[in-house]
Design a protein around this ligand. Structure first.
Ligand code: SIN
Ligand code: CO
Length: 370
């Protein structure tokens, strides 16, 4: 971690005192930060159909929200105050992926993505709150942030985006390149660009209970097979033929009681759910893949890296990669764990044949880069 990232505080202190608790302003979190992207390169990303982008414009109180991909002309000769927000910048910009690694003091399972916004002087997306933790890192230009711990979360119902009806600023700062503001979930904020301005948002995810339940039930359904069928050889004459009798309810309750899960199933569900690629993320297998022998020789000589789009998590001996589950040989566990942690496999790594087989299969799927 860059020593200045948390303003001289250790990650342990940050987690204890600020994470999910209160905002933190860090001046000079990443000194000299800000020139990996500029107006043109950000707008070019917003025009690509591989990225998820939004345009939010405010024309004297009339708000407009549009989804990308955009055409270059969408950003020309505009007279309103506009912001373009590009999600998943870590998937295509190598420095963006490296930037996320600086936040490794938070588990990868909590990380969502890196969003970059470009705003013209005076623009902003309006006072709002987000449901996730975010580090707002100032790139080019400056942004005047107002924040509030207000309880009132009522939203305006006359605009096409989430804007608080009664935002009451409690603190404000002008952030300069390299400054960073951490906000816990639901903390109200409003950032106005001072000059053309770029903000890098390192966002975390915290799935709603409802989403976890829906994901879990569909995971369970795909893996559960119940034998038998409803039967009633002892059927008794019913007074009301339209009544669903107790015996029927009891029997169905017994059938459904056969749906079983344990911590292992929950772990595997989480692993596949958390590593499932987002809908617009695709992997391209290498055009002329190296043979197994050449792949191993090259990986031993030069090491390898995860494709920045790859999500690799583990629990015990089980590895979860892009929605798939793989058991690893105990002898390979330490090296694969370190690949999952650091996203790189150093040159000279020694795996079992099964371990290399697994990596070669991942490479052929486009999950790894040699
Ligand atoms: C922005 O970058 O314009 C908005 C970021 C945020 O408020 O979460
Ligand atoms: Co926000």
């Amino acid at each position: 971690m860059i020593p200045t990232l948390l303003g001289g505080m250790t990650a342990k202190e940050f987690l204890r005192d600020y994470w999910q608790k209160k905002p933190l302003l860090i001046r000079g979190a990443i000194p000299g930060f800000g020139d990996w992207l500029n107006r043109d390169s950000t707008l070019a990303m917003a025009c690509s159909d591989e990225t998820e982008a939004r345009l939010i414009a405010n024309d004297d109180g009339d708000w407009e929200v549009r989804r990308g991909p955009f055409a270059a002309k969408d950003f020309k000769r505009r007279k309103d105050l506009w912001t373009v927000l590009v999600q998943g910048v870590n998937l295509t910009l190598p420095q963006g992926d490296a930037l996320l690694r600086e936040f490794d003091f938070i588990p990868h399972a909590r990380l969502d993505d890196l969003m970059v916004s470009f705003a013209v002087d005076g623009a902003g997306v309006g006072p709002h709150f987000d449901n996730y933790d975010v580090f707002l890192l100032q790139g080019m230009g400056k942004r005047h942030w107002h924040i509030s711990g207000q309880r009132d979360q009522r939203l305006r119902d006359d605009v096409p985006l989430k804007i608080l009806s009664n935002f009451k600023s409690e603190q404000d700062w002008v952030l300069e390149p390299g400054d960073m503001l951490y906000l816990p979930p639901q903390y109200a904020h409003d950032g106005i660009a001072v000059d053309d301005c770029m903000t890098w948002s390192i966002g975390f995810r915290a799935p709603p209970a409802q989403e976890l339940m829906e994901g879990f039930l569909s995971y369970l359904q795909e893996r559960t097979v119940l034998q038998g069928r409803y039967s009633d050889p002892d059927l008794k004459l019913q007074k009301h033929p339209a009544e669903i009798g107790n015996a029927m309810i009891d029997q169905v309750a017994d059938i459904l009681a056969e749906i079983k899960w344990n911590r292992g199933v929950i772990r595997d569900f989480l692993g596949t759910y958390l590593t499932e690629p987002k809908p617009h993320v695709y992997f391209e297998p290498p055009e002329n893949p190296l043979t197994f022998a050449r792949f191993v020789a090259q990986a031993k000589k030069r090491g390898l890296k995860l494709n920045p789009k790859t999500q690799l998590l583990f629990a015990g001996n089980i590895f979860y990669i892009n929605g798939e589950e793989c058991a690893a040989e105990p002898a390979d566990k330490a090296i694969l764990r370190s690949l999952a942690d650091s996203h790189t496999l150093p040159a000279g790594s020694a795996l079992t044949d099964d371990g290399w087989d697994l990596l070669h299969a991942w490479y052929c799927d486009g999950f790894l880069c040699v």
